[in-house]
Design a binder for this molecule. Structure first.
Ligand code: NZQ
Ligand code: ZN
Length: 394
């Protein structure tokens, strides 16, 4: 078993009405003046933002609002947030939304005390040494940012999407009321389910075979999300199913499903280029890429893919051929993606054929122009990346 670190310091308030605790929690974690950060319109329309304002006022906490975070959050909005924090003496960041809003808060947190541009962190030209505290009211289970150490930001100048990960990014608190997710459209619910499953699968498809407790937790998370998402798509106000998906989203990305194993993360890296270039939903991009990645790499640990097929996808084991069982599992996953409205190719994702020039550009960016590799199950070079994009073309 590999040595591992497990650090999940986020205070979780889970269940109905927990958003009422927001003022108390901001205060508990040292906030007196908050940047209230949110997205396009869902939190305004549902009335959640107004309620959060009310709870902050009741707790005597000052706040300044900054909305307009878009999916694939932009560095320009982050810069705006940093300026507000400096000008207004903000000491706490509160995200009301999903991964995009939380990630934007994380970037503001790391950029607040820098004496260079925040994008330099994401391009590894600088390192932050001081961070602002962050809390969140989660409205979509998907990215897992409420408990993760990661932040993913897009620079609109060049369509670059990059991550920066540090433990200081872990939220001080996460408020998770499954009822707040009732308003999610089916598409966003499905994208979220794919992302949650992928965070688990990026850790599960590993060469490390000796961590049974981690594998069993991962399989349970995968089966649960696969079953519950269908129930939620049929009945968007099914509290119990929404709740299980929401908690799975946090467990899938707070490292619990990766203890003692080596994460792969190649599908995520390949997808980040897709959403950087075409501004597609992250979950849908993952669904479009995964089958091709899986077919390209499965021979590296065919037993694990066969186990996944049987234990997660419910495929009958072909004891004579692990390869056939593994392939049936990959096919079953693709059928599942289609059944919840997700694409399984780039053509389905962007609505047209991708060009060879676009493939070359994504492979260049993903490999840092041939200077770096991605993946652990199989280490992928620039040419491997281009080949997987071609396989995913559709
Ligand atoms: O902007 P609004 O109007 O709020 O609408 C949002 C947005 O359009 C909507 N939405 C959110 N909650 C809703 C709702 N609509 C109705 N009812 C609600 N309750 O959903 C849309 C998507 O929101 P977004 O925050 O973008 O979704 P998600 O949580 O999937 O975040 C995606 C971002 O997270 C990054 C992705 O790359 C992407 O940029 N990731 C972050 C990670 C991390 N920090 O650890 C890891 C992930 O792998 C991922 O890369
Ligand atoms: Zn993800």
């Amino acid at each position: 078993m590999k040595n591992f670190k497990y650090y999940a310091p986020t205070y979780v308030a889970f269940g109905r009405d927990t958003e009422k605790k927001v003022g108390e929690l901001v205060r508990r974690f040292g906030g007196t003046k908050v940047l209230l950060h949110y997205g396009g319109q869902s939190a305004v329309k549902s009335g959640l933002l107004g309620k959060v304002e009310q709870y902050l006022q009741e707790a005597g906490i000052e706040y300044v609002k900054l909305g307009g975070v878009v999916p694939n959050p932009r560095v320009s909005k982050v810069r705006e947030g940093i300026e507000i924090c400096k000008r207004e003496g903000i000491d706490f960041l509160l995200a009301v939304g999903g991964g995009s809003v939380i990630d934007s808060c994380k970037a503001i947190s790391s950029g607040r005390y820098l004496d260079c541009d925040v994008w330099d962190l994401y391009t590894r030209k600088a390192v932050a040494t001081q961070y602002m505290p962050i809390g969140c009211v989660l409205t979509i289970p998907a990215a897992g940012s409420e408990m993760s150490d990661g932040s993913v930001i897009t620079n609109e100048d060049g369509g670059l999407k990059k991550d920066y990960c540090v433990d200081e990014f872990r939220c001080k608190f996460a408020i998770m009321n499954p009822e707040l997710t009732y308003t999610l459209p089916a598409w966003q619910t499905a994208c979220g389910a794919v992302d949650i499953m992928m965070h688990t699968m990026e850790r599960y498809f590993s060469k490390d075979d000796d961590m049974e407790i981690t594998n069993a937790v991962a399989e349970t998370v995968l089966r649960t999300v696969k079953e519950q998402v269908r129930l939620v798509l049929d009945n968007p106000t099914d509290y119990n199913s929404r709740a299980q998906i929401m908690w799975a989203g946090s467990l899938a990305h707070n490292d619990l499903t990766g203890c003692g194993t080596t994460g792969d993360w190649a599908t995520h890296c390949l997808e980040h280029e897709l959403s950087g270039m075409f501004d597609v939903s992250h979950g849908a991009g993952l669904a479009a890429m995964w089958g091709s990645w899986a077919r390209y790499t499965c021979s590296e640990n065919i037993t694990r893919f066969a186990r996944f097929a049987v234990n997660v996808m419910g495929v009958t084991n072909d004891f004579k051929s692990a390869e056939k069982t593994a392939e049936a599992g990959i096919r079953a996953m693709e059928q599942f993606y289609h059944s919840i409205g997700m694409p399984t190719s780039i053509k389905e994702l962007i609505g047209r054929d991708i060009t060879e020039a676009e493939i070359a550009e994504m492979a260049d960016k993903c490999s840092n122009y041939g200077k770096s590799t991605v993946g652990a199950l199989k280490v992928l070079t620039r040419n491997d990346m281009a080949e997987i994009y071609r396989m995913a073309k559709g």
